[in-house]
Design a protein around this ligand. Structure first.
Ligand code: PHE
Length: 343
């Protein structure tokens, strides 16, 4: 009993001398004195060895010791909290934070967004459709006859032959779905991924991205088509860019034209991209074939329309000088991080 009381006095002495200034030291104190295996618990455990007649007096000593330890802990807590506050006061919150790497938008997303927003200013709505299509929406409705070479297995990924299910080869299939479901006036652009069975190289890929447009109303003329696309090119590439239209053929438009712009890579001096002609083709276009309109019950004597389709990869190549199609799908961060900050 006497020894125990002396021991408690020693503990008190020891505790008085503790000076904890860090959160760590505070925690060490707590574990040593107040923890579940700490000294206080041990001393309390001695109670059962104390003879009954002393229990009351000893209980008081123990209680007092307990309060003593707790009070010390509290005062230490305040002291270290104060130290933290001091650190907070001297911390310079205006310092730049450590570098956090951020992701980037994919260049094709950036360019698609740019194209879409230009046509939005002209009042075009966005239409989307399935990548897996039936023969009718991809080919038949668009006036591609049964024996058209584009239907060939060489070009088209067929999922099923009969009935034909395939991966769409152009987003004209979305135009078909719009004409099926809406009445003129129609003014939509159709962005999306398309598939063609080509050997992958710097210049060809088995999938790429298109944006097609469709405008149907009364009195829509070829002049409207030219002016719309001319406006697009100027917004996309700047005022100095030259354009030219060349006669072409698409089953779903008549007349048809392809549009070239002056080569931005070499400033029309001649390079690999423009094949030393100074011009690069960027899109196909034309007046919607009357048969296509009639396929969807649109009166071709009352309504006319124009359509166009462009490859996003090609626009991106001219805008950012990307010279290999494979870069778009390799996910190489050295390529992708060059587009940081672009929207
Ligand atoms: N669908 C054509 C293609 O994939 C592009 C195009 C669309 C041409 C509309 C004319 C009119 O090449």
């Amino acid at each position: 009993m006497e020894a125990l009381l002396q021991q408690i006095e020693k503990y008190k002495q020891e505790i008085t001398e503790v000076e904890a200034t860090t959160a760590e030291a505070l925690e060490t104190f707590r574990i040593q004195w107040l923890g579940t295996k700490g000294t206080l618990k041990n001393v309390m455990g001695e109670m059962k060895n104390v003879p009954n007649e002393h229990k009351r007096a000893f209980g008081q000593v123990l209680n007092e010791f307990k309060l003593f330890v707790e009070a010390k802990f509290e005062s230490l807590q305040q002291a270290t909290g104060g130290a933290d506050n001091a650190a907070e006061k001297t911390f310079d919150w205006s310092l730049p934070s450590s570098f956090v790497p951020v992701g980037t938008r994919h260049p094709l997303t950036i360019v698609r967004n740019q194209i879409v927003s230009i046509f939005k200013t002209l009042g075009f709505a966005i239409a989307e459709g399935p990548e897996m299509e039936d023969d009718w929406h991809n080919f038949g409705a668009m006036n591609l006859p049964e024996d058209h070479p584009a239907r060939d297995m060489q070009d088209t990924f067929y999922i099923n032959q009969n009935p034909a299910w395939l991966l769409r080869t152009h987003t004209s299939s979305v135009q078909a779905r719009v004409m099926e479901n809406q009445k003129p006036p129609i003014r939509v652009i159709c962005p999306g991924r398309v598939y063609r069975n080509e050997t992958i190289s710097a210049r060809a890929h088995c999938f790429f991205h298109q944006i097609e447009g469709l405008y149907i109303d009364e009195n829509v003329s070829f002049a409207d088509l030219k002016q719309t696309l001319y406006f697009f090119v100027q917004e996309m590439f700047g005022k100095g860019v030259q354009v030219r239209f060349r006669p072409s053929y698409f089953p779903f438009t008549e007349p048809s034209a392809e549009m070239d712009i002056s080569c931005l890579i070499c400033d029309s001096k001649g390079c690999n991209v423009c094949k030393h002609t100074g011009w690069v083709e960027i899109l196909g276009s034309g007046m919607v074939h009357p048969k296509v309109l009639e396929n969807f019950g649109i009166d071709s004597t009352k309504y006319t329309g124009f359509a166009f389709g462009m490859g996003v990869e090609r626009i991106c190549q001219l805008k950012y000088q990307v010279n290999d199609l494979r870069l778009y799908s390799q996910n190489d961060v050295r390529f992708l991080k060059q587009f940081t900050g672009a929207m």
